[in-house]
Design a protein around this ligand. Structure first.
Ligand code: TMP
Length: 209
């Protein structure tokens, strides 16, 4: 495949979407085709699964295993319907989250096991791995405070946001571990730097000058 697959990871309020927009504009201005995807979602089926995952209220809890499978199902569809064809056309694919999110949130956060979730996702993605992953790292409390101040009206948190603090600490620890295990793929970025500094670091890593 000729394109480039870049994923963006991090906890809540890390500023992933801002960076994805900025990089997308930058690459387009250089004449590249850019495809932006978000997880869960990014396809019609995936967006339906996103609503179920985020807001489902069937009067009983979605089991943790079900949740992991729903994320993997949305991802499988996204890979086959959008990501692989885009890479075959030579596009840059910028994905707001990918497999690392499941390994961190379901594997470590929900304690389903990082190895098991990685294995499930190898099946879902056919083994597709990003060329580079930008992990925007923020202390858990800082990310929380940012997310809240941006949406003070959000009294009613969605299912994923109403997890306890300890959950998000496990998620961050998982990203630390993943970055140590994949030093050639995962670039840690200090999320407390300014938007401009982070954008410049990303452009530098991509050798775009
Ligand atoms: P976001 O749109 O802010 O990234 O929200 C997506 C939420 O879903 C976020 O809390 C992270 C969570 N998530 C998982 O738990 N597992 C996954 O595989 C993905 C993609 C997201």
């Amino acid at each position: 495949m000729r394109g480039k697959f870049l994923s963006f990871e991090g906890g809540e309020g890390a500023g992933k979407s801002t960076q994805i927009q900025l990089l997308g504009e930058n690459l387009r201005s250089r004449g590249f085709e850019v495809v932006l995807t978000r997880e869960p979602g990014g396809t019609e089926l995936g967006e339906d699964l996103r609503k179920i995952i985020k807001y489902a209220d069937y009067g009983r809890e979605i089991s943790q295993e079900t949740e992991a499978l729903l994320f993997a199902a949305a991802r499988a569809q996204l890979v086959s319907e959008v990501i692989v064809p885009a890479l075959e056309r030579g596009a840059y694919v910028l994905s707001d989250r990918f497999v690392d999110s499941s390994v961190a949130y379901q594997g470590a956060g929900r304690v389903l096991g990082m190895t098991e979730i990685a294995k499930l996702n190898r099946f879902a993605t056919g083994g597709l791995v990003p060329d580079l992953t930008f992990w925007i790292d923020l202390p858990v409390e800082v990310g929380f405070a940012r997310a809240r101040s941006r949406h003070p009206e959000l009294e009613k948190k969605d299912r994923m946001e109403s997890q306890e603090l300890r959950f998000y600490e496990r998620v961050r620890e998982a990203y630390v571990k993943l970055a140590a295990q994949n030093p050639e793929r995962i670039v840690r970025i200090d999320g407390e730097k300014s938007i401009e500094e982070i954008a410049a670091q990303i452009v530098f890593c991509l050798n775009l000058s």
